[in-house]
Design a binder for this molecule. Structure first.
Ligand code: IPM
Ligand code: MG
Length: 348
């Protein structure tokens, strides 16, 4: 699902990369296309129409671009592109959003952080994706329009299933899990703390668990990002902190993500539709291409192929074959970067 804005441009490159993988390793991928977001509103009057849902529900994996169009930005509009993304996540049961932040050393100089702070940064944000403020009921606006309310609600079951994902990631990595919450203020956060603490004692004693208030976590991510390994957090905090993660590496155009549930999975860049760049051929395709790598790994168990895609992306950056977000002078176009990555895969 290419979606809106620069989505179709970066998706074209990502599919080209998949084709290169298919050619090189002798696979065949079957593609079906569907609309979500503003393009679906334009076509069906619905940001997540039933035809799209059917395609998602019956595919082995969903590769998604971006959502959003300034013409639907008026907050008073009843039908909004973002609703499509949220309904898609809910309908497919994608409760776990996995957002790795591992900036390339060759890009440390592009980061707004000093090089000695960013050096060695390699963490993953595990964001709960189908609960909390994004979905809680009741929500609404009072009749007189003077009061608005959203509900933050979490059940123990919702916390346990996402925490389990985070613990398993920690076990495969450096065995350090940071639960980010606001337990000094929010009741939901206190339920997260007690639930996650209990799970650690019961099932994951090897994982070092620590806790951090979200405001402090924002500061620590900017001051010492390399001190994090696995960050577990609720939906809204994860949304905010993962953009910060994007900034750390110098460009949000580099970060892929996976959204997984018990039956379905979806892969998408963490950046948005970047409407200012639409049609200009300047959008960085790497976040979308790295989402393909996550898909090859997680959905298809094609580890070697996933590594080939990652190596090709890294090579493009190291050889200064990058879009203008990384190289304001002499930056390459979206398709030039895509072609470099495809050729690299075919030739290595
Ligand atoms: C993200 C995005 C979405 C979110 C928006 C587009 C609804 O910011 O995937 O991080 O808030 O989840
Ligand atoms: Mg976001």
């Amino acid at each position: 699902m290419p979606g809106d804005g620069v989505g179709p441009e970066i998706m074209r490159e990502a599919i080209g990369v998949l084709d290169a993988v298919a050619q090189k390793y002798g696979h065949k991928f079957e593609y079906r296309y569907a609309e979500v977001g503003a393009c679906a509103i334009d076509k069906y009057g619905d940001p997540y129409p039933a035809v799209t849902d059917l395609v998602c529900q019956t595919s082995d994996a969903v590769l998604f671009g971006a959502i959003g169009d300034p013409k639907y930005d008026d907050p008073s509009m009843k039908t909004r592109p973002e609703q499509g993304l949220l309904r898609m996540r809910k309908s497919m049961g994608l409760y776990a959003n996995i957002r790795p932040v591992e900036p390339y050393p060759s890009l440390y100089g592009v980061s707004p952080l000093k090089e000695d702070r960013i050096a060695g940064t390699d963490f993953v944000i595990i964001r709960e994706l189908t609960g909390g403020l994004y979905f809680g009921e009741p929500r609404g606006l009072s009749e007189d329009g003077q009061t608005a309310y959203d509900m933050c609600r979490y059940t123990v079951e919702e916390i346990r299933r996402i925490a389990d994902v985070a613990f398993r990631y920690a076990m495969k990595r450096r065995k350090k899990l940071t639960l980010v919450d606001k337990a000094n203020v929010l009741v939901t956060s206190r339920l997260w703390r007690s639930t996650v603490t209990e799970m650690q004692a019961e099932s994951y004693p090897q994982v070092a668990l620590d806790y951090m208030y979200v405001d402090n976590a924002a500061m620590r991510l900017a001051m010492s990002p390399a001190s994090f390994d696995v960050v577990l957090t609720e939906n809204m905090f994860g949304d905010i902190l993962s953009d910060l993660g994007g900034a750390i590496g110098g460009s949000i155009g580099m970060l892929p993500s996976a959204s997984e549930g018990s039956e379905h999975c979806l892969f998408e860049p963490i950046h948005g539709s970047y409407p200012q760049a639409k049609g200009k051929g300047i959008a960085n395709p790497i976040a979308q291409v790295l989402s393909v790598a996550m898909m090859l790994d997680d959905a298809f168990d094609l580890t070697e192929e996933a590594k080939a895609v990652r190596d090709a992306c890294k090579a493009s950056v190291e050889n200064k074959f990058s879009t203008p977000d990384l190289m304001p002078e002499g930056g390459k176009s979206t398709s030039e970067v895509g072609n470099y990555i495809k050729q690299y895969i075919l030739n290595h």
